[in-house]
Design a protein around this ligand. Sequence first.
Ligand SMILES: [Zn+2]
Length: 209
Amino acid sequence: MVALTFDDGPSLRDTGRLLDLLAEEDVTVTFLVLGTQVASGREELLKRAFDEGHEIGNHSYSHAIFTGLKADEIRNELEKTNDLIESVTGSRPTIMRPPTGAYNDDVVSVCSDLGLAVINWSWQSCPEDWNHHDNPDHIAEHVIANAQNGHIVLLHDTNEASVNAMPRMIAGLKERGFRFMTVSQMLSFLGEDHPQPGQVYHYMTLPSS
Ligand SMILES: [Zn+2]
């Protein structure tokens, strides 16, 4: 199993195109969205992603770095975005990813209060797509070569190259026998109390069969 995750959207340029590709391939993923992006006229894209079976998580309101904020500011960033996501999809997120992955005790404690698990990513299979804006083949090949059972793969649906990498990446991962899950679907294999609010996940250790 592998969970592909897309941060920083929805993107007017690339998210719709990504959703088309995922539907064609019957692949479900997770979107960690920004409140500012959703609020700037992209509610329909968010609704479509949710309706098509993808998981929606919280990636803050303004992409502020949480380790530089006070606890009440962190809470405000997360609550505003949770409210927005719920108003569009009818469902409140249970997962979040802090901008740049940076977290501290305040982040963990606020997330625990708000019922949010902290979802970072597996560094081994991270293609660092932010450094590869015109190399979809690198992005695809890095993930195909390095993905392991239980990995959470970090991508951005604001990066055109990452969306362009998807047909090749999906084909290569399918060839290696991977199944695609949302983060919460994958974590539920750890037990029904996962994802757990306030817990930080980078990958899962799964039985290999
Ligand atoms: Zn981000």
